[in-house]
Design a protein around this ligand. Structure first.
Ligand code: C2O
Length: 561
């Protein structure tokens, strides 16, 4: 087995975008951060050194971390953060996964600029037979003129919604539709008549996005590092935390002498909250035969046409797109969806309004404070210990299995069922409880979680991410989930397997997985503002009886609080 070693230094670096210079939080001074590229089956070691005053952690989003929960990264869930001047080496293996994932900071809102591609090269040939000329990471993110920590603090302090970012970016560049940014445009040179693999990553904090390349059709072949049945589409919808590999064939004649075709990312937007609805643009540059143009001289054309990009509120497109995603389910890459389940948990996802604490001025709706919850539980993350360590040192393997500072007993169904998607959105179940209740699953439990969106305050897609496991999206629908009818319509043959699911606005998504990775795993909305408001929980998977069914001991350099 090969061990691949990387060094990450988290520090500030002066970066300018939109004619605005700031000290940006980066890894190794890069924005986006360095790409991690390994092979399936490799051991990975990343030594992360914190060179800022604040705490930090890094999460390897979508890596299953089988038995190595200590390397997962969410602060106060699987580790205490790395404090200023300290280092921690994340050690894990990449087993049974191949494709594109991402890594990002998992402390406060640091992932606004601390993220990068995590590429796992397969040990076996791709299941698609076209020769690939090159592989191109396309990471969509954001640029904030403001200090993101200040945006976050203000939001929690005043109980209102956060300010939005100032630009979307493609590989760190906003592109020509933003002020002062024509020179800051991502341009990828390609040859005509070849097929390229685009590894598209949504690293944005708070927005689901559409992505398209003008005049070019995309063939989706993989999501969240799992192969899919290939299908063609004019655009993709991608939620924060999700990754999508597409094939693109350069079959166009250069449209103008510059031979430039725009690619664009813009939000898919179903929310009333202030959001940045602008568009990041980059270009494919068709190399002219016989002509050599040095990269530095490439400029975006003055005029270009964005086609293929859906309209901002095109829920029909988003729905059809996600319904087209199917696991490959081939003999070589089987789909191991649990056909039977041991436990179904129904979880409502909502935004909430709570009376303003007397020491605050609240800027939320009607002078109240915004929160968010699962089953009306707003999760309070600890700030002086990690759930995993506390669980491990106190009660692991013993009955009960949870420390008093966080408790089992997360409700397995909504406390008070109501018409979740009805018009009573401002009078429904608006209150929430604060606490750290979590779920506990014996090793090997086949779990189904029905994620029920509600229209409390806002109809909005919520990208729900599960740590430590991939899951299968067996069903999705609009309206209220009906446990008597809907399960009959599940896809148990080739449902998509992934780590982050966009729960449809005004609807539900049912996911299934075998809880076979012992540890404590965070479950949360990958819209960072919602996680800050408490839209999360966690679950324990207990050790199994077998020899390889228990959590490994913590590494010696695990940070302490
Ligand atoms: Cu991509 Cu809990 O994170």
């Amino acid at each position: 087995k090969t061990t691949q070693r990387f060094k990450f230094s988290v520090g500030l670096k002066k970066v300018t975008r939109l004619c605005h210079t700031k000290q940006l939080l980066t890894v190794n001074g890069k924005f986006p951060g360095p790409t991690i590229a390994v092979h399936e089956g490799d051991n990975v070691e990343v030594k992360v050194t914190n060179r800022i005053a604040d705490n930090t952690t890094i999460h390897w989003h979508g890596i299953k971390q089988v038995r190595t929960g200590w390397a997962d990264g969410p602060s106060y869930i699987t580790q205490c953060p790395i404090s200023g001047g300290k280092s921690y080496t994340y050690r894990f293996s990449v087993i049974g996964q191949r494709g594109t994932l991402l890594w990002h900071a998992h402390h406060a809102w640091q992932r606004a600029s601390v993220y990068g591609a995590f590429i796992i090269h397969p040990r076996t040939p791709y299941p698609f037979s076209v020769p690939i000329r090159a592989e191109i990471p396309v990471i969509v993110g954001e640029w904030w003129n403001a200090d993101v920590a200040a945006v976050e603090n203000e939001m929690t302090r005043y109980g209102g919604g956060p300010n939005s970012s100032d630009a979307y970016t493609i590989n760190g560049f906003p592109g020509p539709l933003y002020p002062c940014s024509t020179k800051d445009t991502f341009i990828q040179t390609v040859e005509r008549g070849k097929t390229y693999l685009l590894r598209i990553i949504n690293a944005a904090l708070n927005d689901e996005l559409f992505f398209a390349v003008s005049n070019h059709i995309l063939t989706v072949v993989e999501i969240d590092a799992v192969y899919t049945k290939p299908f063609t589409t004019k655009a993709i919808m991608i939620a924060p935390g999700q990754t999508t590999n597409v094939l693109l064939t350069t079959n166009q004649h250069p449209a103008d002498p510059s031979g430039m075709f725009p690619m664009a990312a813009t939000p898919y937007l179903t929310t009333i909250f202030p959001v940045d609805n602008s568009t990041a643009v980059g270009f494919l540059h068709y190399k002219q035969p016989g002509k050599f143009r040095p990269k530095a001289h490439l400029k975006p054309p003055n005029k270009f046409i964005l086609n293929n990009l859906p309209k901002i509120e095109d829920t029909a497109f988003a729905t059809n797109f996600s319904a087209s995603l199917k696991s490959l389910a081939s003999p070589q890459y089987p789909c191991n969806v649990p056909k039977k389940i041991d436990k179904r948990v129904v979880i409502t996802i909502s935004l909430n309004l709570q009376d303003c604490p007397s020491n605050k001025t609240c800027m939320g709706y009607e002078g109240k404070s915004f929160y968010a919850s699962m089953n009306n539980q707003s999760f309070v993350r600890p700030n002086s210990f990690s759930l995993l360590e506390t669980y491990y040192v106190t009660k692991l393997g013993k009955a009960g299995g949870v420390d008093s500072r966080f408790t089992a007993g997360f409700p397995e169904k909504p406390l008070r069922p109501f018409d979740y998607t009805g018009v009573d959105s401002l009078t429904g179940n608006l209150n929430t409880e604060f606490g750290s209740k979590i779920l506990v699953f014996p090793y090997g439990t086949n779990v189904e979680i029905v994620l029920q969106g509600t229209s409390l305050l806002n109809k909005e897609n919520h990208p729900i991410h599960v740590h430590g496991h991939n899951f299968f999206v067996v069903g999705k629908g609009f309206g209220n989930f009906d446990s008597a009818k809907d399960p009959w319509k599940y896809n148990l043959i080739d449902p998509p397997e992934r780590n982050t699911v966009a729960v449809p606005t005004g609807g539900w998504a049912a996911i299934r997985f075998k809880a076979d990775n012992p540890g404590v795993w965070f479950v949360h909305c990958h819209l960072e503002e919602h996680t800050s408001w408490g839209l999360s929980t966690a679950f324990i998977v207990k050790n199994g009886p077998g020899p390889n069914q228990s959590l490994l001991p913590p590494p010696a350099d695990l940070p302490s609080c």
